[in-house]
Design a binder for this molecule. Structure first.
Ligand code: AMP
Ligand code: MG
Length: 486
């Protein structure tokens, strides 16, 4: 275990120089205090969890202190926002403090979000509010606990610094960890601003640091693109299977690593609704739940465009064509597991689609359905779930087909339940649970956010005294307006 002060830095991105990022020092927030820390994320840096309680922890992650080996920089990138190209975005309120190399030799970017203004702030204040910082923290760590690739969050530090959004709020910082903060928008920036040498340097950097296996391939750049397509197919399959709605799939929010990245007005579905739009500024529903699949494909084609100086268009197009079939295969695989089916069948896609159609409009809680389906043997489980559905005849037909499928193979209910419980979370990061924890934190009570984080870090296991976190959301909790300002 290391102490906070003896982290080893190796700032590979900073060494790319000023065409890629600008040196900026964090602007501290007043009276920094630890709101919540993730022991699991601390372990990635070999840090003892007890270190979070040291005063220096909140000082470092509140922008008051800095390691001498850190080289804080704001990265430049661009991106397609809601389909339109923004030629220059960049880190307007976050800084890449540096890259830490842990004992296992892995590199982790330390990115401090809410660290003040940068050359890319445009009219923004460079700050993040406590509310959005807690939301990013909870989602990053929860997705990871579900087994969904995501950037991680080390901690949230709160402050007394006032910030204006729709109302006065307080500033906070969240320390994000990821092996890389390079986004699709980085490639677009150098492509559209006609800097071919820097574009090549960026591709080389990403290959060397993050995709060394692609170097072995005949066409390393094409292999890189193919890997990004594969990882995104797997990522989006997880989002769809677990009911995660990202909300702002702009190409500047898409990580080159294929991990969930940049949390805004995201939501996990409560009742199943394929058309759910979690972002209230998304008037056309571009980023609705079911649109996440075609939008991921769209973003990959935006990345492909930026790679046209190096790769034949036909090869890019062919590789892009792998996305949908790969997505579909991953998605069906995940859904089969969620349904407790151990073997693939040609009718599985229809079985899943019919279930979702029945759920749609019947106010069926998407998460509890799968959990309850595993709690009893198939026939009893469907009987007790039946009352939730409006189309009873349709459900009976589905249930009978499902029970026939479930009867194939291993029929031991204990084994089935163990298998299903391991993939169907009991605890879900619901908007209203996050909101309750945020309201307490805004009053200076950090107990609820720490408890929620602790419960969600083991989402598949029933925890004593935590039943209230596993309940169906109250009616008011399903229709919260989550502000997009952050
Ligand atoms: P986001 O919607 O968080 O992905 O942000 C889109 C762009 O706006 C990025 O370049 C951010 O750095 C920038 N941005 C968002 N909020 C602020 C803020 N309060 N101050 C400065 N820049 C911001
Ligand atoms: Mg962003």
């Amino acid at each position: 275990m290391k102490s906070l002060t003896d982290l080893t830095f190796d700032n590979r991105f900073a060494r790319l120089g000023d065409a890629f990022s600008s040196p900026v020092l964090p602007e501290p927030i007043d009276a920094p205090r630890l709101v919540v820390a993730s022991a699991q994320a601390m372990a990635l840096l070999d840090l003892d969890p007890a270190q979070a309680e040291e005063p220096v922890f909140a000082e470092l992650f509140g922008g008051h202190k800095l390691w001498s080996e850190a080289e804080p920089r704001a990265m430049v990138y661009s991106g397609h926002q809601f389909g339109g190209y923004s030629p220059r975005l960049g880190d307007g309120r976050g800084l890449l403090l540096g890259e830490v190399r842990n004992a296992a030799g892995q590199h982790w970017d330390l990115h401090l979000k809410g660290a003040g203004q940068t050359p890319y702030s445009r009219s923004g204040d460079g700050r993040a509010v406590l509310r959005s910082s807690i939301r990013e923290f909870l989602a990053s760590e929860y997705l990871h606990a579900l087994g969904i690739p995501s950037s991680r969050a080390l901690c949230v530090v709160g402050s007394s610094t006032p910030v204006w959004r729709e109302r006065q709020e307080s500033a906070a910082m969240v320390l994000r960890l990821a092996p890389s903060h390079v986004r699709f928008g980085h490639f677009e920036y150098f492509y559209y601003s006609k800097q071919p040498e820097q574009l090549k340097e960026l591709v080389e950097h990403v290959l060397t640091c993050h995709f060394p296996e692609c170097r072995e391939q005949e066409q390393p750049y094409l292999a890189l693109f193919r890997t990004v397509v594969e990882r995104n197919a797997e990522l989006i399959a997880h989002w769809q299977a677990y009911g995660f709605c990202h909300g702002v799939m702009n190409s500047d929010n898409m990580s080159i690593l294929g991990i969930t990245f940049d949390f805004g007005p995201y939501a996990f579905l409560d009742d199943f609704d394929a058309q759910h739009i979690c972002n209230h500024s998304d008037d056309s529903g571009r980023y609705s739940f079911s649109n996440q699949v075609p939008i991921a494909h769209w973003n990959l084609s935006a990345l492909a465009q930026a790679l046209t100086p190096f790769i034949e268009v036909d090869a890019l197009r062919q590789t892009l064509g792998l996305f949908l079939p790969l997505y579909q295969a991953h998605y069906l695989d995940l859904m089969r597991r969620r349904l407790g089916l151990t073997r693939a069948d040609e009718h599985d896609q229809t079985l899943v689609e019919r279930l979702l159609q029945l759920m749609q409009g019947s106010a069926v809680d998407y998460h509890l359905f799968f959990r309850r389906l595993g709690e009893q043997a198939p026939a009893q489980a469907v009987a007790s779930l039946r009352d939730d559905f409006v189309d009873l005849a349709g459900f009976d037909q589905w249930a009978s087909d499902y029970c026939a499928r479930a009867a194939e193979g291993d029929n031991d209910q204990d084994a089935r339940r163990t298998r299903m419980d391991a993939v169907n979370p009991l605890y879900v990061l619901r908007n209203y649970l996050a909101q309750q924890a945020i309201e307490a934190a805004e009053q200076g009570d950090y107990g609820p956010v720490r408890e929620l984080h602790a419960v969600l870090s083991q989402p598949f296991e029933a925890q004593a005294g935590m039943a209230r976190y596993a309940e169906r959301p109250p009616q008011w909790g399903k229709h919260l307006e989550i502000s997009c300002s952050s």
